[in-house]
Design a protein around this ligand. Structure first.
Ligand SMILES: [Zn+2]
Length: 109
């Protein structure tokens, strides 16, 4: 039997030690992924090319679910810099270009 009523403990503030807000991937983008403008642009790219470009180049037919920046520059939303990819291909490319899981790319190793 508890000795006293449970005390309210507010949740600890969420801190992202490895990814400060000013340097987060979302902050470096020209359009946030949850913005109406990005969702519209994403829909245009996926409607024009609904299959994953990387899988298609290997002869595999797979629906694209992500819109990727070809050169990795998230501030350049020109249609020539956007390509449709499936989630596994996008994750593979992102992990190769970034440090993986949204981390900064490691240098000097
Ligand atoms: Zn793919």
């Amino acid at each position: 039997m508890p000795r006293s009523a449970p005390k309210h403990r507010p949740a600890a503030p969420t801190t992202r030690r490895h990814c400060p807000p000013e340097k987060s991937r979302q902050a470096r983008r020209a359009l946030a992924t949850n913005s109406a403008a990005w969702r519209k642009l994403r829909a245009v790219v996926l409607a024009a090319e609904p299959l994953c470009r990387w899988c298609r180049s290997k002869g595999v037919i797979r629906a694209a679910s992500c819109v990727d920046h070809v050169n990795g520059d998230a501030t350049n939303n020109d249609l020539t810099n956007l390509q449709p990819l499936c989630s596994p291909c996008h994750s593979r490319k992102t992990a190769k270009e970034d440090g993986g899981f949204g981390n900064q790319k490691r240098t000097g190793q």
